[in-house]
Design a protein around this ligand. Structure first.
Ligand SMILES: NC(=O)c1ccc[n+]([C@@H]2O[C@H](COP(=O)([O-])OP(=O)(O)OC[C@H]3O[C@@H](n4cnc5c(N)ncnc54)[C@H](OP(=O)(O)O)[C@@H]3O)[C@@H](O)[C@H]2O)c1
Length: 199
């Protein structure tokens, strides 16, 4: 299969690329890195990416920012980061990519454990992950031509503990290879409208 991985150079994306790269043709997309550069907060940039790459069998997104911060300091601005980047960025990957995915292909988006298991400082992140999962469920029953859509909801990765582990006290970190298997199940399996929770 020809597979776009948005965020391929990131922590999750590189584990996904390692898992799938041996048996598929991966097009790595990043903000500043990878084979093709794209800004997921811009519809024009997403459209250009699809026009550059052409038809594919699967699109995986392992990218999207959301803003952490204590509830008492949150303003609308912090929520807008997640809405524009992680939520609408991934939604637009589907809306603008519909015609670029071959019959029977798939989209796999990324949410995260905070939709189910909140942490202090995550009040602007939890609703973004929930919205992402809601979009996957809603869109899954209307996808055309046998195209499927799923989300992967990872727990905090072992590989990310040094950077963000202090936010996730008491959480059991999951290895990247295990998270990557959920993306494999989404792309190489047949399930639709699912959230694969890996924690
Ligand atoms: N890591 C975890 O423990 C964990 C757990 C649960 C959920 N998640 C979620 O998984 C996603 C990826 O996390 P990660 O830790 O793997 O992130 P990461 O290591 O920071 O990697 C982010 C990737 O996204 C790309 N990117 C950044 N901004 C972009 C933009 N505007 N347009 C297109 N691509 C962009 C980056 O490319 P460049 O570097 O070239 O810009 C990079 O390849 C996030 O949504 C995060 O919330 C992560």
């Amino acid at each position: 299969m020809k597979i776009i991985v948005v965020g391929a150079t990131g922590t999750i994306g590189s584990a996904v690329t390692k898992e799938l790269g041996g048996r598929h043709d991966i097009v790595k997309v990043g903000g500043t890195s990878g084979d093709v550069q794209m800004d997921m907060t811009s519809s024009d940039s997403i459209r250009r990416m699809y026009e550059t790459i052409g038809k594919v069998d699967a699109v995986i997104s392992t990218a999207g920012n959301a803003q952490f911060g204590p509830l008492e300091q949150l303003t609308q601005k912090e929520f807008e980061v997640g809405i524009k980047s992680k939520f609408l960025g991934q939604v637009n990957l589907v809306l603008l990519g519909r015609d670029f995915v071959n019959d029977g292909g798939s989209f796999t988006l990324t949410s995260g454990i905070l939709s189910q298991d909140p942490i202090p400082g995550g009040a602007a992140v939890t609703p973004i992950n929930s919205a992402e999962e809601g979009f996957v469920l809603g869109a899954s029953i209307e996808m055309p031509r046998g195209v499927r859509i799923n989300a992967v909801s990872p727990g905090v990765l072992e590989e990310s503990m040094e950077k963000i582990g202090a936010f996730f006290r008491g959480h059991v970190p999951v290895p990247g290879w295990k998270v990557a298997l959920a993306y494999s199940k989404s792309v190489e399996g047949r399930l639709n409208g699912q959230v694969f929770r890996v924690w």
